[in-house]
Design a protein around this ligand. Structure first.
Ligand code: B16
Ligand code: MG
Length: 217
């Protein structure tokens, strides 16, 4: 039996930070007079901060200088971080810790593959950083999802082949990245949105130990 690695996305899979990203982008969009709905927000999931701003500016047909963009990126991140100040374990999504514990109890490798540059402080605040054998985040990669770089780096770090990697993702871009890398893709969220995933669950409480065991073999 070959070694496996279970790669977790962060925002929307481990913690419910997607709502904070949305609120922070929405405030910026409002200030710029751009309509920004939860439907638009789906396109931003798993997408880098810089690319997210470009998508929002495109929605409003707004041209901006690099200086303006840098200021908006800074403002958005500061507002986002202000929502995380009091973050603790209560922000972990249902069932995640049970799955992490089960994987560790069964000697499985665990990695993080996130587009976020704020990933490490979030893993520390929620007190789960010790579960991870490798952490790859937005600071480590130059190509954002749907490019598979973030997941390929994670499996390289732990010495596991892509075909033996299992990815948990809440974004369309992330599922596409896993599929491109020939990894097993497991969507966490809505079937209608994540239909390209090999398996889809509404959240981790819907994933039983038998299913996880089947992924280990
Ligand atoms: P930051 P993930 C992604 O994280 C989010 O889904 C996406 O909405 C966000 O823009 C991106 O991280 C960058 O985050 O601004 O914190 O660097 O889902 O890949 O864990
Ligand atoms: Mg995500």
């Amino acid at each position: 039996m070959s070694k496996k690695v279970f790669i977790f996305d962060l925002d929307g899979v481990i913690v419910d930070t997607a709502k904070y990203h949305f609120l922070a982008w929405q405030k910026l969009a409002q200030e710029l007079g751009i309509e920004f709905t939860p439907e638009h927000n789906e396109e931003l999931k798993g997408v880098s901060r810089v690319r997210s701003l470009d998508i929002i500016l495109n929605l409003g047909n707004i041209q901006a200088t690099q200086e303006e963009k840098d200021k908006w990126l800074k403002d958005k991140n500061e507002l986002y971080l202000s929502y995380l100040v009091d973050m603790d374990q209560s922000e972990l999504l249902p069932g995640v810790v049970a799955v992490l514990k089960f994987l560790k109890a069964n000697n499985q490798l665990i990695a993080l593959g996130s587009a976020s540059k704020n990933a490490r402080p979030i893993l520390e605040k929620t007190n789960i950083i010790h579960y991870f054998d490798a952490i790859v985040d937005g600071n480590d990669v130059s190509n954002a999802k749907p490019d598979p770089e973030v997941f390929l780096r994670a499996c390289q770090l732990v010495g596991v082949a892509p075909e033996d990697s299992i990815v948990f993702e809440d974004s369309v871009a992330g599922i596409q990245a896993a599929n491109t890398a020939k990894m097993k893709s497991i969507g966490i969220g809505e079937k209608e949105i994540l239909h390209e995933a090999e398996y889809i669950f509404s959240d981790f409480t819907m994933i039983n130990e038998q299913f996880i065991k089947s992924l280990m073999n």
